[in-house]
Design a protein around this ligand. Sequence first.
Ligand SMILES: N[C@@H](CCC(=O)N[C@@H](CS)C(=O)NCC(=O)O)C(=O)O
Length: 250
Amino acid sequence: MPTNFRLITIPVSHYSEKARWALEYLQVPFQELAHMPPFHRNATKKYGGTSVPVLITDTGAATDSTDILRYLDRLYPEKLYPSDPRLQLLGTELEILFNGTLGIHTRRWGYSYILTPKFLYPRWTLGVPFWEKLLFPIIFPRVGKIVRSSFDITDTSAAESAHAVKVVFDRVNRLLADGRKYLLGDRFSAIDITFAALAAPILQPPEHRIKPAPLDSLPTQMQADILTAQATPAGKFGLSLYREHRYPSS
Ligand SMILES: N[C@@H](CCC(=O)N[C@@H](CS)C(=O)NCC(=O)O)C(=O)O
């Protein structure tokens, strides 16, 4: 059995949150190595990664959040993924939708509103080495520009991404309409973790490691988008996953 689990993250990264949730859910002891952008790059590159999260053990590394969940699933008796092939099919479809659309657009939506030092300082620096914190004011102008261009933040990106999130939430609403408890039926799974973690930027669950900013401190349209998302069946479901499954051992 591998030992010495370490998870390289950016504190606010929702793909990192997905891996962190799986590790904590399975009660795997691990050390979080949080870094502020762009310092995560130095930390990940020696393991062959370019993004966070990266999971390192004494036997190797996994450089993608889904690979991390699937690796943990193989390692531990408590299953994150279903064994029924029909559920596996639905699970894979949803996993691709959440990773490839939901996560991309909740992040773009969020950064469209809060790409400012005031909002990003606590979100990028929680738990990072002190010298990275000290460098935040110096490097923010440059890194902020990189984030703006790499995530395609424009005057219309918040509205476009809010729409893309709504399309994913509509899919989840339709699934939940038959009264199922979890996305794949009766059992909590990796697909629920993936949905809730990647929806977290727009749902602002109070149980999240990064505590939500007071609603009235956020831009008005951002507040409206959050309230709209929280009021949908998918939004209520995501919030309930945080309430009931985020820290099962505490
Ligand atoms: N497919 C990757 C995506 C991860 C991802 O997009 N991570 C972002 C943070 S949320 C990141 O590392 N961005 C900085 C970079 O790419 O340098 C996964 O699921 O692990």
